[in-house]
Ligand binder design. Structure first.
Ligand code: AMP
Length: 359
């Protein structure tokens, strides 16, 4: 989606990833398929472009440093380094006074016993690195779950988080340019299924004070990082309207896919503009909007029924061009705009349901 927006604006795109025929590669001018650890190839790539950005936060920081020897990288490698590890991210957030879920660093089974005593039950054990969409997570319901949960971490550094009985999840997608200007898309409401984002809609149903707090936290995080590009902050809102930061995504985010079409400027175009040194665009929504993710599960009974889903003229389909529709794998999404955010959400839910109904 970044490459589509960049090409629309006349830029040439060169993509680097360990895979071939990737969703970006299918749209880009040039696709390099090489390991992130092959720093010679990374340097060769960096020499061939004017600016580098990334859309995947598990790119090793050495890879970014190697590229940065030759060319500007936005956002900066240090930001990637901080946000790609839950412990470093939480330490950064708490050190800067941002509200987070209570957590403890876990290196041993003893640490876990002590932390579970302190944080109580239920709680969630998460690997510090390389976790997303609920991967590398174990819910702990009682003392008797501790040993098994520790074993699933396979000796990796992890954190224990108190389980938040949240009322809702929401995110703020923002962009910050090279002069420090900040724009945001307001608050997006998110519903997850099996730890994976399922449906997003905007504007979210939150009070004015929750809205302001979420936006101000996002702005302060972007300023603290001297961020350049599109960034997303994911939040929990508790029943007593406490706003807690769950995660920072240093890139365009799945919840912001609903800006691609329903907004004057999509989150991807903002990323292009920010990293290329252009002014940011308007974040205005033409109408309330919603997005439903399409996971590989949708293909379980054969080719989805595309024309049924598209029979509602408000529905827009986006498929990423991934080869194999595995269960749980994000293959694409559906968006729609409508009179209200809730009606947009019901349009995308219904369209997705029609994909799998009998033909
Ligand atoms: P994460 O990868 O940490 O964003 O987790 C994915 C999803 O799991 C979140 O969006 C929540 O729905 C759920 N989750 C993760 N951590 C917690 C927590 N501490 N309390 C409640 N739910 C959580």
């Amino acid at each position: 989606m970044f490459a589509i927006e960049a090409r629309k604006m006349g830029y040439r795109v060169h993509t680097y990833s360990p895979d071939s025929d990737t969703p970006t590669g299918q749209v880009a001018d040039v696709e390099t398929s090489a390991s992130y650890d092959d720093l010679d190839r990374v340097r060769e790539f960096a020499r061939s472009v004017d600016v580098v950005t990334f859309e995947f936060e598990n790119v090793p920081s050495e890879t970014v440093e190697a590229a940065a020897e030759f060319v500007d990288v936005h956002p900066k490698g240090e930001i990637l380094h901080t946000t790609q590890n839950r412990l470093r991210e939480k330490t950064f957030l708490s050190a800067n006074g941002f509200p987070v879920t209570p957590y403890r660093h876990i290196k041993s089974n003893d640490d876990l016993y002590r932390a579970a005593d302190a944080l109580g039950y239920p709680s969630v054990l998460k690997t510090a690195g390389f976790g997303y969409d609920g991967k590398g997570q174990a819910k702990i319901r009682a003392h008797s779950d501790l040993d098994e949960a520790f074993a699933t971490m396979d000796g990796r550094d992890s954190i224990l988080e108190a389980f938040v009985a949240f009322e809702k999840e929401m995110s703020v997608v923002c962009a910050r340019d090279q002069a420090g200007n900040f724009v945001h898309y307001g608050v997006i409401e998110n519903e997850h299924a099996n730890h994976i984002l399922d449906v997003s809609f905007a504007p979210a149903f939150v009070s004015e004070s929750v809205f302001q707090e979420a936006v101000e936290i996002t702005r302060s995080i972007a300023d603290a990082f001297a961020y350049v590009g599109t960034m997303c902050v994911e939040f929990f809102v508790t029943t007593d309207e406490n706003v807690l930061v769950n995660e920072i995504a240093p890139r365009p985010h799945n919840s912001g896919h609903l800006t691609f079409g329903p907004c004057v400027t999509s989150q991807f175009e903002q990323q292009v503009r920010a990293v290329c040194g252009l002014p940011l665009g308007s974040t205005e929504f033409f109408r309330p909007a919603a997005m439903a993710n399409l996971l590989g599960d949708v293909w379980q009974k054969g080719e989805p029924h595309w024309s049924a889903a598209l029979s509602d003229r408000r529905v827009k389909l986006h498929l990423y061009g991934k080869a194999e529709p595995k269960p749980g794998r994000k293959m694409g999404h559906i968006t729609a705009s409508a009179e209200t955010a809730l009606s947009a959400a019901s349009v995308v839910r219904k369209a997705r349901q029609q994909l799998i109904e009998l033909k």
